[in-house]
Write a new protein. Structure first.
Length: 344
């Protein structure tokens, strides 16, 4: 029977690739017919291509499908594109939601790889291209800045604890202060590099200028979100974006009763969530629209943090809308809302 489609689904981990190969026949029957594990190294990538070439039909193109798992998928994705293969990189929430629809009782790397393969066989997927080099560099710098900021906070807490002791060690205090000064200097250097990169490309500069018209959103927040989403390359709508950021609501429900409190999933990109926290606090303080939104939510459920998360989600959706419509927040707010509804 004629083969219409061939898909290689890959569950990517730091050290290994769990691979599943499937095909769809002209009667639209999907079949998983091979599975194997390879090392997530250059040698393993070459072995993967050799194995796939042996077991697939050379007259039908092969599509490689994988999840965006931190940074571990990037080397393989670059390798496959460089070898002229069709590659699709999916947001993790797509596969997790699809997996729930399957009658699978056992969850492991092989069943995950099979789910990715079946998803690829059943859906029409967009091809993946290499990230914009500017966004990639900004992403690296923003993540470095986050690590420096965390280290600086830890050092400041250590200094405070040491200073609160009876008869603190003077040399320890001096070393901690010196360490904090060093980290502060590094943070300034990284900030400057991010700003220079934003200014180095007009497309990025224009996007950041548009996004920062939103109250509370500054250059670093805009740059982080653009870099983490590669200019929203893999995002098709606001719901998908909030899920990718882990700002979507999870609610346990059975029948007409709700069991357990609703909460955000936190399964997505933590860098986006962290980048939006302080802007959300600033927006609720200084912008009347966000102030009223915050007050209304707190009056409804009485939980301030839950209201802040809702503002984070609202800001992220607004950033996406402004980027797609190219309409600034301050000048055309009502037009923004209309466009936003069209994109939802």
């Amino acid at each position: 029977m004629k083969i219409l489609k061939q898909v290689v689904g890959i569950d990517v981990a730091q050290k290994e690739l769990v691979v599943s190969v499937g095909r769809m026949s002209e009667d639209l029957t999907a079949q998983i017919f091979a599975s194997k594990t390879f090392a997530n190294t250059l040698k393993g990538h070459n072995a993967l291509l050799t194995w796939v070439a042996k077991i697939t039909d050379p007259s039908v193109s092969v599509q490689f499908v994988m999840e965006a798992t931190g940074v571990y998928h990037e080397t393989l994705a670059y390798f496959l594109v460089d070898h002229s293969y069709q590659v699709t990189v999916l947001l993790p929430n797509k596969i997790s939601n699809y997996f729930k629809t399957l009658e699978v009782k056992t969850i492991n790397d092989y069943t995950c790889a099979e789910a990715i393969t079946r998803f690829g066989l059943e859906r029409r997927l967009n091809g993946w291209t290499k990230p914009d080099p500017t966004f990639k560099k900004i992403k690296q710098l923003c993540r470095e800045r986050d690590q420096i900021t965390q280290s600086r906070s830890i050092a400041k807490n250590q200094l405070h604890a040491e200073q609160s002791e009876v008869e603190p060690n003077a040399k320890t205090l001096a070393r901690l202060k010196k360490h904090i000064q060093f980290l502060s200097k590094q943070q300034i250097e990284v900030n400057d590099e991010i700003e220079q990169l934003v200014k180095s490309k007009k497309k990025v500069t224009d996007a950041v200028e548009l996004i920062t018209t939103i109250p509370g959103v500054g250059l670093l927040t805009a740059a982080t979100i653009l870099a983490e989403t590669n200019g929203f390359e893999l995002v098709r709508n606001k719901r998908q974006l909030t899920s990718y950021a882990g700002l979507d609501i999870c609610e346990k429900q059975s029948g007409t009763s709700v069991r357990g409190k609703a909460s955000i999933s936190k399964r997505g990109n933590r860098y986006i969530r962290k980048a939006l926290y302080l802007p959300a606090l600033a927006a609720k303080r200084h912008d009347p629209k966000f102030q009223s939104h915050f007050t209304r939510l707190v009056a409804k459920h009485g939980i301030k943090m839950k209201a802040v998360v809702a503002i984070q989600r609202r800001l992220l959706e607004m950033i996406y809308t402004i980027y797609k419509t190219q309409i600034p927040y301050l000048e055309n707010f009502e037009s923004n809302i209309k466009k936003e509804k069209q994109l939802a």
